[in-house]
Design a protein around this ligand. Structure first.
Ligand code: NAI
Length: 328
């Protein structure tokens, strides 16, 4: 029996993500938590004739503990999204506290769950989650993931457009680093099967992958950031984690993880000087089976992108760690 929780289930991402999880054959129980509207969302989804049993919880239901109790996987898209002109870092003050609070609950009632953090700024919120889990003595780095899949999905789509392919879903494109602006590093030299990006299109393509989220924020004109494409991406990653937990092999997807705590991570931590980095993760029954070093054999241009990424990520990570130890 697999229990999946969505924390922030009534939101723009939370609702379509919950819908997709309700349809998944890998979920037996779907528990929806939010500070508003979960009874309605749960009642609505519960009429769908797929197998998962759906329940909805509010803070009055044991402060979130009932929702998360004994969960196998907790996906967190709780928090405020960007409006035009905002960076993901501008969300820090509010979302940092929300993520900290949710992870505290998870640490207590579901210490063995896979934890998938969507709430921005992911570069910092994952570090906050790790510090909370460390303090509670239940940190398992193999089970904590920052969800960066939307960057990969965007890269697949934009590369397919340039390469004249019908779909990008058959392409494997490592997008590494972090999840904001120039910390997002697409490695087009490592696309499989190989695609050649014309020189005159390279810079614009990199920029579009790094700042694709801004296109959505601008088009939504104050109504939020990516929700539907993020729900798709979050679901794709969550279902891979569940498939791997059931024993399926060969499932690889980049994710933002704590390098010193995962097999293969030390080498990348040394190369970058960072504790957190999004790298291709091979998933297994216990979460991260191993990570592979994406930095070997990259082009000069890609190395320049990596250098800028490392600079930005350092500050984001430190900010997260400091917040966890000294919340305002
Ligand atoms: P939204 O505002 O539509 O939904 C957020 C939901 O979180 C709301 O329903 C709200 O009531 C709920 N919430 C607030 N505090 C909570 C708490 N303490 N416990 C439980 N639920 C709580 O926002 P949207 O568009 O769904 O975005 C959510 C987050 O996801 C934002 O931080 C956004 O920046 C981030 N995001 C991340 C992406 C990624 O690639 N990792 C991509 C797009 C958005």
């Amino acid at each position: 029996m697999v229990k999946a929780v969505v924390a922030g289930a009534s939101g723009g991402i939370g609702q379509p993500l919950s819908l997709l999880l309700k349809l998944s054959p890998y979920v037996d129980e779907l528990s929806l938590y939010d500070v508003v509207n979960t009874p309605g969302v749960a009642a609505d989804l519960s009429h769908i004739s797929s197998t998962a049993k759906v329940t909805g919880y509010l803070p009055k239901d044991d402060g979130g503990k009932a929702a998360m109790k004994d969960a196998d996987i907790i996906v967190i898209p709780a928090g405020i999204p960007r409006k035009p002109g905002m960076t993901r870092d501008d969300l820090f003050n509010i979302n940092a506290g929300i993520v900290k609070g949710l992870i505290e609950i998870a640490a207590e009632v579901a210490p063995k769950a896979f934890l998938l953090i969507i709430s921005n700024p992911v570069n910092s919120t994952v570090a906050i989650a790790a510090e909370v889990l460390k303090a509670k003595g239940v940190f398992n780095p193999q089970k904590l993931f920052g969800v960066t899949t939307l960057d990969i999905v965007r890269a697949e789509t934009f590369v397919a457009e340039i390469a004249g392919k019908k779909t990008g879903s058959e392409l494997t494109i490592p997008v590494i680093g972090g999840h904001s602006g120039e910390t997002i590093v697409p490695l087009f030299s490592k696309i499989s099967p190989s695609v050649t990006i014309p020189d005159d299109k390279y810079d614009a393509l990199v920029n579009r992958v790094q700042f694709g989220g801004d296109e959505v924020v601008k088009a939504k004109d104050g109504a939020g950031s990516a929700t539907l494409s993020m729900a798709f991406a979050g679901f794709r990653f969550a279902e891979k984690v569940l498939k791997a937990a059931k024993g399926e092999k060969g499932l690889v997807e980049p994710s933002y993880v704590y390098l010193p705590g995962v097999p293969g991570g030390e080498e990348i931590a040394k190369a970058t000087g960072l504790e957190y980095f999004s790298v291709p993760v091979e998933l297994g029954p216990n979460g991260v089976e191993k990570v592979t070093n994406p930095l070997t054999g990259i082009t000069e241009k890609e190395q320049t992108l990596v250098d800028a990424c490392i600079k930005g990520l350092k500050d984001n990570i430190t900010k997260g760690i400091n917040f966890a130890h000294n919340p305002p």
